[in-house]
Design a protein around this ligand. Structure first.
Ligand code: SDX
Length: 435
C-alpha cells in the first residue's frame, strides 16, 4: 500500500505545512494518509457522512460508481450471478478464492451442520407480539446467538472467527424463516440438508407439516440471485457499523446484530420495503396517470418525498445489480403468469420517466438494487415486511468477511472519530434556586 507521491497541506493561519503520503490501490481512487495531521497541526479533518473518506484498506469488494461496476474478490457481479450459486459466492467472499468442487461440497456440508439453532432459542419468539416487525426480532435473536455459542467467541483465534462466520451464515436464514412463521402463526420448520441454501429458505418459509413442499426452481434460482447480488458492497453504512462495533472487540454475533439494525433504515436496506410501499401508493392513487404528479412531489424538496430505490452514494451510473434484478423480476413474473403485474408495469414506467427527467439525470440518480428487489420478492410470496430481513440474510456473509478482515489486521485499532465542537464553552454552574 505504498506510493511514490506525496500531498502537501499548507495553511494561511501560520500553521507549518505538512506532507502526507499518497497510496495507490489495485484500482480506484488514490488515498492520502492523513493519520499524522492532528499530531503535526492540532487540526482534525472534517467529513460528516464520509463523502471523501476511506475508512480502511480492503481486498474484498470494489465498486466503480462511474462505470456502474461491482466486483467481489476480482470477479464482476454479472459473472458470479450467471455462473455461481450463493454458497459458492459466500466461499469466495469469506476465503478470497472460488472453491474447487470438493471445497464447495465441504463448505455446503459445514453450513448444513450449523443451520439448526439451539431448541431453547425457539422460546425467544413467544415474547414478541405476532405483529412485531421481523427486523426487530432478527436484531434480537442474532445478538442472542452469543448466549449459546460461547466456544467460538475468542476473536483472537482465527479458527474461532471462521467457525463463528459459518455459524452466523448458516443460522440467519433459519432464524429469519422462524420470524416469518411466528408472524403468521405457523409452526417453525427445520432446514433440510438435501436442499440448496435458497431452496431451504423457501421451504422453511412456505412449507407446512401438512404436505411436502413443492418448490419452483425458477423462484429458487431468482432468490439465489437476489442473495448473490446483496452479499457485499464495500464500506456501506451497515458494513461500517459492523467494522466499528468489531473494532471494540465485541463478539461477532453482536457486531452482525448491529449491522442488521443499521440496514433497517429506509435510506439503506429498508429501501426495498419503502419502494414497494411507494409503488403500491402510486397504484392506489391512480397508477401510471399519476406518475407526473408524483415526480413533481419528489422534485419539491419541501415535500420530503424521495423516489425510493433511486440514487446511491457511490453509483453515479446504473447500479449493475438493478439490471440483473430487473432480469430476475421479468423471469419470475413470466413464470408466474404475472407479466402484466401492475406494480412491475408502474415501476418500469416510473423508471423510464425518471431516466428522461433532467432532475434525476443531472443528479445522476439511477435505479439501485432496491428498486426491483421488492417486486420480485412480492411476486414470490415474500411479504413486504420480510424484504429487509432477506437483505440481511444475504449481507451477513459480507459483514462477517469484512469483520474478519478487520480483526485480522496486525495494527487494528478501535475506531474513535473526533468532532468539530460548536457547543457552549465551559461556563459557571447556576444552582436551581437561582435559575
Ligand atoms: C442501499 O451504500 C451502499 O452501498 C448501500 C447499498 C448496499 O448494497 O449496501 O447499495 C444498499 O442502501 C441502496 C440505496 C437504497 N436507498 C434508497 O433507495 C433510498 C432513496 N435514495 C436516497 O435516500 C439517496 O439516494 C441515498 C441515501 C441512497 C444516497 O444519498 P447521498 O449519496 O447522500 O446523496 P444525497 O442525499 O446527497 O443526494 C444528492 C442529490 C440531492 O439533491 P440536491 O440537494 O443536490 O438538490 O440527489 C437528491 C438529493 O435530494 N436525491 C434524491 C434521491 N436520492 C438523492 N432525490 C429524490 N429521490 C431520491 N431517491
Amino acid at each position: 500500500m505504498k506510493g511514490e507521491h506525496k500531498a502537501t497541506l499548507s495553511f494561511s493561519d501560520g500553521t507549518p505545512s505538512i506532507e502526507m503520503p499518497i497510496y495507490k490501490g489495485t484500482v480506484g481512487p488514490d488515498v492520502i494518509d492523513i493519520r499524522k495531521i492532528y499530531g503535526q497541526t492540532g487540526k482534525f479533518t472534517f467529513d460528516p457522512g464520509f463523502m471523501s473518506t476511506a475508512a480502511c484498506e480492503s481486498k474484498i469488494t470494489y465498486i466503480d460508481g462511474d462505470k456502474g461496476e461491482l466486483v467481489y474478490r476480482g470477479y464482476p457481479i454479472e459473472v458470479l450471478a450467471q455462473n455461481c450459486d450463493f454458497l459458492e459466492t459466500c466461499y469466495l467472499l469469506l476465503y478470497g478464492e472460488l472453491p474447487t468442487a470438493a471445497e464447495r461440497g465441504q463448505f455446503g456440508a459445514e453450513i448444513n451442520n450449523h443451520s439448526m439453532v439451539h431448541e431453547q432459542m425457539h422460546r425467544f419468539f413467544t415474547g414478541f407480539r405476532r405483529d412485531a416487525h421481523p427486523m426487530a426480532i432478527l436484531v434480537a435473536v442474532i445478538g442472542a446467538l452469543a448466549a449459546f455459542y460461547h466456544d467460538t467467541l475468542d476473536i483472537t483465534d482465527p479458527e474461532s472467527r471462521r467457525k463463528s462466520a459459518i455459524r452466523v451464515i448458516a443460522k440467519i436464514p433459519t432464524l429469519m424463516a422462524m420470524a416469518y412463521k411466528y408472524s403468521v402463526g405457523e409452526p417453525f420448520r427445520y432446514p433440510r440438508f438435501e436442499l440448496s441454501f435458497a431452496a431451504n429458505i423457501m421451504q422453511m418459509m412456505f412449507g407446512t407439516p401438512c404436505e411436502d413442499y413443492v418448490r419452483n426452481d425458477v423462484l429458487v434460482r431468482a432468490l439465489d440471485r437476489i442473495l448473490i447480488l446483496h452479499a457485499d458492497h464495500e464500506q456501506n453504512a451497515s458494513t461500517s457499523t459492523v467494522r466499528l462495533a468489531g473494532s471494540s472487540g465485541a463478539n461477532p454475533f453482536a457486531c452482525i446484530s448491529a449491522g442488521i439494525s443499521t440496514l433497517w433504515g429506509p435510506a439503506h436496506g429498508g429501501a426495498n420495503e419503502a419502494c414497494l410501499v411507494m409503488l403500491n401508493k402510486l397504484l392506489a392513487d391512480g397508477g401510471v396517470s399519476k406518475i407526473g404528479d408524483f415526480i413533481k412531489q419528489v422534485k419539491d424538496k419541501d415535500s420530503g418525498v424521495k423516489l425510493m430505490g433511486f440514487g446511491h452514494r457511490v453509483y453515479k451510473n446504473y447500479d449493475p445489480r438493478a439490471k440483473l434484478m430487473r432480469e430476475s423480476c421479468h423471469e419470475v413474473l413470466t413464470e408466474l403468469g404475472l407479466h402484466d403485474d401492475p406494480l412491475f408495469a408502474i415501476a418500469m414506467k416510473l423508471e423510464q420517466i425518471a431516466l428522461e427527467d433532467d432532475y434525476f439525470v443531472s443528479r445522476k440518480l439511477y435505479p439501485n438494487v432496491d428498486y426491483y428487489s421488492g417486486i420480485v420478492q412480492k411476486a414470490m410470496g415474500i411479504p413486504v415486511s420480510m424484504f429487509t430481513c432477506m437483505f440481511a440474510v444475504a449481507r451477513t456473509v459480507g459483514w462477517i468477511s469484512q469483520w474478519n478482515e478487520m480483526i485480522s489486521e496486525p495494527d487494528q485499532k478501535i475506531g474513535r472519530p473526533r468532532q468539530l465542537y460548536t457547543g457552549y464553552p465551559t461556563r459557571e454552574f447556576i444552582p436551581m434556586n437561582k435559575r
